[in-house]
Design a protein around this ligand. Structure first.
Ligand code: RFL
Ligand code: PHB
Length: 396
C-alpha cells in the first residue's frame, strides 16, 4: 500500500448532512470511516439550503451528541399557516400530531455542528477531495478513487456510502441495467432570499395566490427567509429588491392586514423544482443516501429530513453487520428506506401541486385547488393529515 492509499471500514463520499451524520453515528458505535468532500469547508458551511427539521431529525442530532446549539438557537414551531383567497388558516401541528414539534435551524448550521465535532475528534474528513471512481462494488473490497492536493489517492473499504448529492458520482456508478429512475420536473422554480428583517409572522406562512406560491420562513428573530414561485430558469437579475418585496407583499397579503417587514436582502438564488427517485438505493457494497438517491420539491421541507432518515436505516444495518456479522439490515436497506422516501415524495408532490399556480391549469382545476384547501383547513381530519406528515412520520 502506498502513502496515498487509505484503508477504512466505511468510505463516505460527500460531507453534506447525510455523509456527516452517518460518519458521526458510526463513530459513536465504534465503526471507522473516512469522509471525502469535493468542496472546501468554507463552501459547504456557507451553502444556503433547507431550514426546517422534523421532530425525529432533531432527536437524531441530540442522539449524535451534536444537538446542543440546535436546541439553544433553533426556533421551535408548533404550527404553520396556510393562506389562500386572502384568508389565513393555522394548522396546529403539535396538537394534531401527539405533541411533535419542528425546528427552524439552517442546514448550514447542521453541517457546521457535524464538521466541528469530527474535526474536534481528529477523525478523517478531507475537503477539496473529489471522488472520481468507485471500483469493485460487486466484491468484498470496494475502492474509492479521489484526488486531493494534486495527488491521486484511494480508499479501500468494506462498504461505500454514496452521500454525494444529486450531481455526485455514486448513483452513476451503479450498473445502469439494475437502476430504475422516476422523475417529475415542475414547470417552475423558487426564487429564495435571505433578508435582515424580523420575520413578519412567528410561524411559517405557505401562501397560494393567483400570481403564484409564496413562503415566509426565517432563520432567526432578525433574519427572514422568503420564497416566490418563479420560472425554473428565472434570471435573478430581473428581480431588484423592490420588485421582490412588492411581489411578496401581493402574494402574502391577507384580510387581517398582514404586513411584511422589509430589510436589506443579502442572498438571492433560484432553485428549479423536481421530484426524483432512483431505485434500488443499493448495489453490492455501494449504498446511496440522501439527494444521491432522491430529490423532493422543497414545499414539504423534506429534503434534509429524508437524508437523515436514510442514515438512520443505513447506520442500523452497518452496526448489525459489524456487531453480529448479519447482513439482514443491509439487505433490507433499500426497501426500508424507499418506503419512507415514497411517502415523502408523495407529500411533497401533493403539497406542491396543491399550492402552486400551473399555467396549464384550466379554471376548473384552479377551483379544485381552492376547494381542496378549503376542505383541508376546515376539517380536523384534513389538518391532521398535513400535520402528521409535516412533523415527520416516525423513523422505521
Ligand atoms: P448534499 O447536501 O447535496 O451533499 C452532498 C455533498 O457531496 C459533495 N460531492 C462530492 N464529494 C466528493 N466527491 C464527489 N464526486 C462529489 N460530488 C458531490 C457535494 O459537494 C456535497 O457537499 O446532499 P445530502 O447530504 O444528501 O443532503 C440533502 C440536502 O442537502 C437536500 O435534500 C436539501 O438541502 C434540499 N433542499 C432543500 N430542502 C428543504 O427541505 N428545504 C429547502 O429550502 C431546500 N432548499 C435544497 C434547497 C437543495 C438545493 N440544491 C441541491 C441545489 C436549495 C438548493 C439550492
Ligand atoms: C426554509 O426555511 O428554507 C424552508 C422552510 C420550509 C419549507 C421550505 C424551505 O417548506
Amino acid at each position: 500500500m502506498s502513502e496515498a492509499d487509505l484503508r477504512t471500514q466505511v468510505g463516505i463520499i460527500g460531507a453534506g448532512p447525510a455523509g456527516l451524520l452517518l460518519a458521526r453515528v458510526l463513530q459513536l458505535q465504534g465503526i471507522d470511516s473516512v469522509v471525502i468532500e469535493a468542496q472546501s469547508r468554507a463552501y459547504v458551511e456557507q451553502r444556503v439550503r433547507a431550514g426546517l427539521m422534523e421532530h425525529d431529525a432533531c432527536q437524531q442530532m441530540r442522539d449524535a451528541g451534536v444537538g446542543a446549539r440546535m436546541d439553544r438557537e433553533g426556533l421551535l414551531h408548533e404550527g404553520i399557516v396556510l393562506r389562500f383567497d386572502g384568508r389565513s388558516h393555522r394548522i396546529p401541528l403539535t396538537e394534531l400530531s401527539g405533541g411533535r414539534q419542528v425546528r427552524v435551524y439552517g442546514q448550514q448550521e447542521v453541517v457546521k455542528d457535524l464538521i466541528a465535532a469530527r474535526v474536534a475528534d481528529g477523525l478523517p474528513l478531507y475537503f477539496g477531495a473529489q471522488a472520481s471512481a468507485i471500483e469493485g462494488i460487486d466484491g468484498a473490497r470496494p475502492v474509492i478513487r479521489f484526488r486531493h492536493a494534486g495527488v491521486e489517492k484511494s480508499i479501500a473499504c468494506d462498504f461505500v456510502a454514496g452521500c454525494d448529492g444529486f450531481h455526485g458520482i455514486s448513483r452513476a456508478s451503479m450498473p445502469a441495467d439494475v437502476m430504475r429512475v422516476f422523475e417529475r420536473v415542475y414547470p417552475f422554480g423558487w426564487l429564495g432570499i435571505l433578508a435582515e428583517a424580523a420575520p413578519a409572522s412567528h410561524e411559517l406562512v405557505y401562501a397560494s395566490h393567483a400570481n403564484g406560491f409564496a413562503l415566509l420562513s426565517m432563520r432567526s428573530p432578525t433574519v427572514s427567509r422568503l420564497y416566490l414561485q418563479c420560472a425554473p430558469d428565472e434570471d435573478v437579475a430581473a428581480w431588484p429588491d423592490a420588485r421582490i418585496w412588492g411581489e411578496l407583499e401581493t402574494r402574502l397579503a391577507d384580510d387581517a392586514g398582514f404586513a411584511l417587514t422589509r430589510g436589506p436582502i443579502f442572498q438571492k438564488g433560484v432553485t428549479p423544482l423536481r421530484s426524483f427517485v432512483a431505485e434500488p438505493m443499493r448495489h453490492g457494497r455501494l449504498f446511496l443516501a440522501g439527494d444521491a438517491a432522491h430529490i423532493v420539491p422543497p414545499t414539504g421541507a423534506k429534503g434534509l429530513n429524508l437524508a437523515f432518515a436514510d442514515v438512520h436505516v443505513l447506520a442500523g444495518g452497518l452496526v448489525e453487520w459489524y456487531r453480529r456479522g448479519s447482513m439482514v439490515g443491509l439487505d433490507a436497506y433499500s426497501a426500508t428506506a424507499l418506503r419512507r422516501v415514497w411517502k415523502a415524495e408523495r407529500f411533497s408532490w401533493w403539497l406542491t401541486t396543491l399550492m402552486h399556480r400551473f399555467d396549464s391549469h384550466s379554471a376548473f382545476e384552479a377551483r379544485m385547488q381552492t376547494a381542496e384547501l378549503d376542505y383541508l383547513t376546515s376539517s380536523r381530519a384534513g389538518m391532521t393529515t398535513i400535520a402528521e406528515q409535516y412533523v415527520g412520520l416516525p423513523l422505521l
